[in-house]
Write a protein that binds this ligand. Structure first.
Ligand code: K2U
Ligand code: ZN
Length: 178
C-alpha cells in the first residue's frame, strides 16, 4: 500500500489509452490499494490508474468519503468502489451539467455537460461482473474516470482558449511550488 504521485497536465502519459486487465489477481488488487491510498491523500473522489502512471483500465471511487453531514461536518466514513474494465452499455439523452475538477488539472474547474444517467458493466475486485445504473454525481464521476482510460481529460471538451489557460495555470503553479 503506497501513496503515488499523481501525474498532471501536460504529461503525455495522461493521453495514453489504457489496456484492459487480463486477470483480476493479487497484482491488480495491490494496484487498487495504491490507487485508493493516493486518491484519499489527494482528496479526490475518483481516480483512474493512468493518473498514477499505470496504463490499465482500473478506476477507484468513493462518493461517501468527504461528504458533509447535516451540521456541515465532513464524514470520515468510506465506501471505496473499484471498477475494472468498465464499459458504458447505455446512456440517457438527457444531459446534466457539473462543475468538474481533476486531480491531474489541479485548481481548475469548469462546467461540463454529460449524459445524466448511464448503464455500466465492470468487474469488481473479485473479478465478478456487475451491471448497474448510475445517475447524479456517480454518473458524472464514472464518465470522467472512463474518459481518463481513453486518454481524455475534462478540459478536452473546452474551447482551445480555455484549455490552454487551464494548462498554463497548472504549469505556473508547478513552477511556483518548487
Ligand atoms: O481527477 C480525478 O479524476 C478525480 C476527480 C473526480 C471527479 C471529477 C468530476 C466530477 C466529480 C468527480 C476529482 O478531482 S475529485 C475532486 C472532486 C471532489 C468532489 C466533487 C468534484 C471533484
Ligand atoms: Zn480527472
Amino acid at each position: 500500500m503506497a501513496i503515488k504521485p499523481i501525474l498532471t497536465v501536460p504529461d503525455p502519459i495522461l493521453k495514453q489509452v489504457s489496456k484492459p486487465v487480463e486477470n483480476v489477481n493479487d497484482e491488480i488488487r495491490a494496484l487498487v490499494a495504491d490507487m485508493l491510498d493516493s486518491m484519499y491523500e489527494a482528496k479526490g473522489i475518483g481516480l483512474a490508474a493512468i493518473q498514477i502512471g499505470v496504463p490499465l483500465r482500473v478506476i477507484t471511487m468513493d462518493l461517501v468519503w468527504g461528504k458533509e453531514d447535516a451540521d456541515g461536518n465532513k464524514t470520515d466514513a468510506r465506501l471505496p468502489q473499484v471498477f475494472i474494465n468498465p464499459e458504458i452499455l447505455d446512456k440517457s439523452e438527457d444531459l446534466s451539467p457539473y462543475e468538474e475538477g481533476c486531480l491531474s488539472v489541479p485548481d481548475y474547474y469548469d462546467e461540463i455537460e454529460r449524459p445524466a444517467k448511464v448503464k455500466i458493466k465492470y468487474l469488481n475486485e473479485k473479478g465478478e461482473e456487475i451491471i448497474e445504473d448510475a445517475e447524479g454525481l456517480y454518473a458524472t464521476c464514472i464518465q470522467h474516470e472512463m474518459d481518463h482510460l481513453n486518454g481524455v481529460l475534462f478540459i478536452d471538451y473546452l474551447s482551445r482558449l480555455r484549455r490552454d489557460r487551464a494548462v498554463a495555470k497548472v504549469k505556473k503553479n508547478k513552477k511556483l511550488s518548487v
